[in-house]
Design a protein around this ligand. Structure first.
Ligand code: OOG
Length: 261
């Protein structure tokens, strides 16, 4: 059994798996002692690799913020990951399945901040710092075998399974809506496959942003102004298949669509 954690080496291994569309064994199989702090250090090193190839950080994603997701993955607390410009698919765009391993899609609410947020923040401070709220979908793609049997440090090291994301084209000021009561319906090829109310996300998607600020503070970081924040999925993820046309409608936020080829 290996006893030391080589952050750079593990980040490189996960980055190659991503680029080569290759599944790897969960890190905790060989490193059962892998701590969450090590996992975030691996995630950060992996993002640095992407930045060194010209990608740019555009925001952060929260994960495991809904009970449905925590039960599906058998994991118990929220985590975050980093979003880069290359991960954004335009609204109505096409996802190339061949560019992923086993992609899944999930319905989300996203925010864009206009001010920096850091540490312990209140709901009002988050609302004041968020310029817009959007309907959004995240495409997950774990680099781990079969997208399962992993622990929290595995998921975090793997950038919390993030792969791609799409934002709706409608932008609303967050105070214009009751963000806890938005009905969300995700359909695939015209059939509703997942539905939930927005309070499935942390009881209130704004709470996801509060939690994100707390998680960042634990690592001495803040949420920069101009960040996109995905608040986490409202429902379990849906496995994508080539040819799928996926559409999410959120009360008051319109519809966002994407298809898989
Ligand atoms: C972990 C990431 C979960 C969400 O929105 O709950 C997530 C996973 O399911 O692989 O992004």
């Amino acid at each position: 059994m290996r006893m030391t954690v080589d952050t750079q080496e593990l980040a490189r291994a996960l980055d190659s798996a991503r680029l080569e569309r290759r599944e790897v064994a969960p890190l905790t199989r060989e490193l059962p002692q892998l701590a969450l702090t090590d996992a975030y250090a691996i995630q950060e090193a992996g993002i640095r690799l992407r930045l060194s190839k010209g990608e740019r950080v555009v925001g952060l994603k929260m994960g495991l913020t809904s009970e449905a997701k925590r039960r599906q993955m058998n994991l118990d607390s929220p985590v975050y990951g980093v979003l880069t410009d290359r991960m954004q698919v335009p609204a109505g765009g096409v996802i190339q399945m061949a560019h992923g391993i086993h992609p899944k899609i999930e319905p989300e609410i996203a925010f864009r901040t206009s001010r920096e947020l850091g540490g312990k923040v209140t709901r009002d401070e988050v609302l004041d710092a968020c310029a817009s709220v959007f309907a959004a979908m995240e495409i997950l793609d774990s680099r781990f075998k079969d997208f399962k049997y992993f622990s929290l440090p595995d998921v975090v090291a793997d950038n919390s399974s993030s792969s791609l994301f799409v934002l709706g084209t409608e932008e609303h000021p967050p105070r214009a809506l009751d963000l806890t009561r938005l009905e969300m319906k995700m359909s695939v090829n015209g059939e509703v496959v997942q539905a939930a109310r927005s309070d499935a996300i942390s009881g209130d998607p704004v709470v996801s942003v509060i939690q994100l600020c707390e998680l960042l503070a634990q690592r001495g970081q803040v949420l920069p102004a101009g960040s996109i924040v995905l608040a986490g999925a409202a429902t379990v993820a849906h496995m994508l298949r080539p040819g799928d046309k996926v559409q999410l409608t959120v009360d008051g936020l319109g519809t966002v669509a994407v298809s898989a080829a």
